[in-house]
Design a protein around this ligand. Structure first.
Ligand code: KG4
Ligand code: ZN
Length: 281
């Protein structure tokens, strides 16, 4: 399916931008991490386009592009703590420069977005489920259920997070009398508090005064509200269109990678996972 659609998607992207291929100076493509099938289609297509047009091509890591995305809209000084929340990753990162990263914490089980998606699936309200849960949560009381925030005794880093306890508590709540909106609101609050608490703890321990949230879950209204209300930190979020996966952030980071390193050798491959996106120690 990706192969059938990619040509039309590129044509539509160009026309939506009021642009032609001839006017494009360089190409950028996502090479990792993600679903390997879609990555391979994109990478092969981009290499073909680069060879056919003679335009330079850069390979971009999509998690790094998420963290870069708010830089496209605002000046954000380094260093800062980044909270990267997507469907496949949950990372607390000390970011000291475009490519100077230290992963301080990660999930030991599900990613934050994945937890939202599983709960939405349970309620049968759509996939991906983050927005649907948010909508449902807005009609509920976030204090109705006291779901547990884990203290991770077996974690490798004190900034790790876990969603298994919350998932169990959610299942128990679901087996009682139905209060769907209250359950969704309480789940959303806890799922977000878990990661925000860790980002704040990491920022304090590193003496950072800025926190950047990025990735699909950074679109969440409760998360944005909760972080923005922290007086101790300056907080940054990409606009909604730049939170979930998008090509603009790939081009944005690709621009800097091209200027710094030049085009990527066309022998590069795609990777579903990136080892560096685990915690440091
Ligand atoms: O970054 P992204 O678009 O794709 C990946 O790289 O995985 O993130 C997708 C994730 C999904 O799990 C989706 O449910 C979640 O972001 N998401 C949200 C919201 N919008 C998207 N989660 C909570 N609240 C939202 N408003
Ligand atoms: Zn993503």
């Amino acid at each position: 399916m990706h192969i059938e659609w990619i040509d039309a998607v590129v044509a539509r992207g160009l026309s939506a931008a009021g642009c032609t291929l001839a006017a494009v100076d360089a190409l950028a493509v996502t090479c990792r991490p993600g679903l390997i099938g879609s990555l391979l289609v994109g990478v092969s297509y981009a290499k073909g386009l680069a060879l056919a047009t003679g335009k330079p091509l850069v390979a971009v890591d999509h998690i790094r592009a998420h963290v870069y995305s708010p830089h496209m809209e605002r000046d954000i000084g380094y260093p800062y703590i980044a909270l990267l929340l997507s469907g496949g990753h949950t990372l607390v990162i000390d970011v000291q420069g475009l490519d100077r990263w230290e992963v301080l914490g990660a999930t030991v089980d599900d990613a934050c977005g994945e937890a939202f998606d599983k709960v939405a699936k349970h309620f049968d309200i759509g996939f991906p489920g983050g927005v649907a849960i948010q909508r449902l949560a807005e009609r509920g009381d976030p204090e109705a259920y006291r779901f547990p925030v884990p203290s991770l005794r077996n974690a490798r880093s004190r900034f790790d997070v876990s969603y298994s306890g919350l998932k169990t508590a959610f299942r128990v709540a679901r087996s009682g009398p139905e209060r769907v909106a209250d359950i969704a609101a309480s789940f959303q609050k806890t799922a977000i508090d878990i990661v925000v608490n860790q980002a704040i703890a990491a920022a304090r321990s590193r003496g950072r005064h800025r926190i950047v949230a990025a990735g699909g879950v950074a679109a969440n209204r409760y998360l944005r509200h909760r972080l923005a209300a922290e007086p101790e930190f300056e907080t940054f979020f990409p606009s909604l269109a730049l939170c979930t996966d998008n090509a603009a952030m790939i081009a944005g980071l690709g621009y800097h990678v091209l200027h710094r390193d030049g085009p990527t050798e066309l022998s590069f491959g795609a990777a579903a996972r990136v080892a560096g996106f685990r915690r440091v120690s």
